[in-house]
Design a protein around this ligand. Structure first.
Ligand code: NAD
Length: 497
């Protein structure tokens, strides 16, 4: 018996027919017990009509009331995050503690958006000219779309919708078809929190649904997170269709370890950031740049600690879960094959792991390569799996040059006890998010999240003040309350007096 997952439109689960569906797997068993509806253009059009209609009233609901609803949502999320974490683990595969972690980080943005009353304040200048005042306001855009990836089915949507809703927009979320249930759970919680029907909608689907959103004239903005080729396509198509677009793409995050670093700490952090969530994080560390002469010692420390990791079903207290689908597991394994064929030294081979889980799960164990060269595909490409590559380098300068030359610029980290080197690194490096002895430097909600180069298309990062600007547009009002002394004709350009 296959469970059907369908859209959430106008406050309820859609129950019309669906021409196309996609299987949804439990990655720890390999069983596809669910199928998700893939929206046609007509379904997207009806969701957009609902969101556009709901905008007329929602934008005029008082700011106080909008924030109270978000606050209630925050309370409900707190009470029921365990259920949401189980939903995430059942479809994504990440271990339960990790699923709870992503909810907590998403919830930070809800808490940030609860302060939007302060953050939306405009400016006021009195008497800029005789009897003339000027003030500014920021207003919502309308119906906005969020298109999210599989790897953070709760956190990534929460980077955007709390701010969008608090600012008075209505939302259509198109989550990944690989783990769609978290979005419906969130939609239901928002309804229970008092959000009017039609203000937050979920449309499931693939390219057809995304293209329908990109081309629909009533969708005012697109917030996309996913792989770089799709992010670029979204940015180009969305802006061509006159939308505001922020499109966050892929990553290849380097960790530069200087010879003065605490190597035990660096080894622990490389493991945590390389293999957490099976490497399926856009802020995962996938390359360690070891400045000689520490290479041998650092690789030995990492390799010695890796057997402690228990790979298995995320519901069984393991450290690392399966990959999201069989196809993705095979793709990641093919990179391991390529690394071996290219001549990298395979220190720990995860291709036949011992697991605490069902044999049909999409398993791949933690894998470590040493002596990786920068022309190998395991270095150039985003692998998005539990594969860590160590590149031996001669100097700090060589490390900076490599990071800056890479096409991705999402996150990076330096490990050192030298404050001067760390300060120089933060100044010279061409990457959006930098950790100093912090391996996954995901900014807190009141700063903005986003990379540089091929890791982000558009000029707005997610959440923080950039998020507020993205989901609002500014107006400046110049006003004068006339009296008869100000009459008379004058065609000159207005100047202050
Ligand atoms: P993906 O690009 O395959 O999918 C992302 C979204 O795009 C999904 O909703 C999917 O349905 C849709 N999509 C897929 N193919 C499409 C197409 N041809 N046309 C239009 N839409 C399409 O990404 P994924 O595999 O779900 O997620 C992993 C990727 O996301 C990695 O590259 C990772 O680095 C990236 N990511 C980046 C960040 C960041 O902040 N930069 C955060 C999380 C994930």
């Amino acid at each position: 018996m296959t469970t059907r997952i369908s859209h959430f439109i106008d406050g309820q689960i859609w129950n019309g027919p669906s021409e196309r569906t996609a299987p949804v797997y439990d990655p720890a068993t390999g069983v596809a017990g669910k199928a998700v509806d893939l929206a046609s253009r007509a379904v997207v059009d009806s969701a957009v009509a609902v969101a556009t209609g709901a905008f007329k009233e929602w934008r005029d609901v008082s700011l106080t009331k909008r924030i109270q609803i978000l606050f209630s949502f925050r309370e409900l999320l707190n009470a029921r995050k365990g259920e949401l974490a189980e939903i995430i683990t059942a479809e994504h595969g990440k271990v339960l503690s990790d699923a709870l972690g992503e909810i907590t980080r998403g919830q930070e943005v809800v808490e940030f958006a609860c302060g939007l009353g302060h953050l939306l304040k405009g400016g006021f200048s009195e008497q800029v000219s005789g009897g003339v005042d000027v003030h500014s306001v920021r207003q919502p855009l309308g119906a906005v779309a969020i298109i999210s990836p599989f790897n953070f089915p709760a956190m990534v949507p929460m980077w955007f919708f709390p701010i969008a809703l608090a600012a008075g927009n209505t939302v259509i979320l198109k989550p990944s078809e690989k783990d769609p249930s978290a979005a419906n759970f969130i939609a239901q919680l928002l309804k229970e929190a008092g959000l009017p029907d039609g203000v937050f909608n979920v449309v499931h689907g693939d390219k057809e649904a995304v293209d329908a959103l990109l081309e629909h004239p009533d969708i005012k903005s697109i917030s996309f997170v996913g792989s770089t080729p799709i992010a670029q396509y979204i940015y180009e198509t969305g802006t061509k269709n006159k939308k505001r677009v922020q499109a966050l793409g892929g990553a290849k995050n380097h960790m530069l370890v200087l010879p003065d670093a605490d190597l035990d700490l660096a080894a622990d952090q490389a493991i945590n950031a390389g293999f957490g969530s099976a490497g399926e994080r856009c802020m995962a560390i996938s390359v360690v740049l070891a400045v000689e002469p520490i290479g041998d010692e650092l690789v030995r420390k990492i390799a010695e600690k890796m057997p402690q990791l228990r790979t298995g079903d995320g519901r069984r207290g393991c450290d690392m879960g399966p990959l999201v689908t069989g196809a993705h597991r095979d793709k990641v394994a093919s990179y391991v094959d390529a690394g071996v064929a290219d001549g990298a030294a395979l220190v720990v081979d995860g291709r036949n792991p011992v697991v605490d889980g069902e044999p049909g799960g999409f398993w791949l164990g933690p894998t470590l390569f040493d002596h990786v060269k920068t022309d190998m595909s395991i270095y150039t490409d985003e692998i998005f799996g539990p594969v860590l590559s160590v590149v031996r380098i001669k100097s700090y300068e060589e490390g900076v040059a490599l990071i800056n030359a890479h096409q991705y610029g999402n996150g990076t980290a330096i490990f050192t006890n030298d404050g001067g080197a760390a300060r120089r690194f933060q100044n010279e490096i061409e990457v959006g998010m930098i950790g100093i002895n912090v391996p996954i430097p995901v900014p807190v909600a009141y700063y903005s999240f986003g990379g540089w180069k091929s890791s982000l298309f558009g000029d707005s990062h997610a959440h923080g003040t950039e998020g507020i600007h993205f989901f609002t547009r500014g107006k400046v009002i110049t006003s004068r309350w006339l009296d008869p002394s100000q009459g008379g004709i004058n065609l000159g350009f207005p100047t202050q007096s």
